[in-house]
Design a protein around this ligand. Sequence first.
Ligand code: ADP
Ligand code: MG
Length: 267
Amino acid sequence: MAAPKALDVKNLSVTLGGKKILQDISFSIDEGDFFIIIGPNGSGKTTLIKAVLNLLPYTGKVSLFGKSVHKRAGLGATVGYVPQKFDFDRTFPITVAEAIDVALQKGLRAPEQRKERVDDALGQVGMADYAQARIGALSGGQVQRVLIARAMVNQPKIVFFDEPLAGVDVKGEKSFYDLIQNLKESQKLTVTLVSHDVTVVNLYADKIAALNRTLVAFGTPQDVLVAQNIKKAYGQGFGIFRHKQCLKKDPQTQSPQEGERCRLFGE
Ligand SMILES: Nc1ncnc2c1ncn2[C@@H]1O[C@H](COP(=O)(O)OP(=O)(O)O)[C@@H](O)[C@H]1O
Ligand SMILES: [Mg+2]
């Protein structure tokens, strides 16, 4: 028998406050996929993640690893989630280890076991030396790593990140994606991520969904990232994304120095 899909969404619709937010969304991703959801502001990306995690009422069918999410109480250990705009209260005097410990499953009682899990999660994100540091003393990039550790602490099979890169510079973005890619491979993790940056997704994504209240396109980056879909998701007035690097001119030939990742976007 084929392995169940990591995430299987069938005919999902969401109505909030009498307004139809998502309409008839169907797609599925495999275990180990790096899945990225793109779409403009207000297109329903956060709503989709919340519905999939059973945090919002919906119609349709959602299964994680072959089990209907309707039957789940809470998120459970299988799932890690970093909500949009989630941050620690930096003025609150807690340590990194304490901030992660609170996310641990209730069932895990023994203090040594809890400490081991927390240390393990911090090790995975390269923050092992910071367990006793105050949250308030960390840089933005370090806080982001702690958020990833927090999502990983219950050893989930799938993790959801909702726009984790707001306020992070380009260098921080690259190390974030490299870290996630690394975790994905070392922990056999399935990753679902909402991103604004269409240019990075073709470097990392196995599957992409372009969303605008309905599913505009779904598939591999090569299938999805074509001008027609981007226009459909983002509107006619929207140009094709170009990374700054792609527009640099070669000093000798004066032609644009285009790399692999620049060429994919429609032209
Ligand atoms: N609880 C709610 N009640 C009514 N409308 C909502 C609610 N939550 C979100 N919306 C609306 O749903 C749309 C999609 O929101 P959201 O999923 O946050 O989009 P995105 O994450 O893509 O920016 C927006 O128009 C938003 O105003
Ligand atoms: Mg959102």
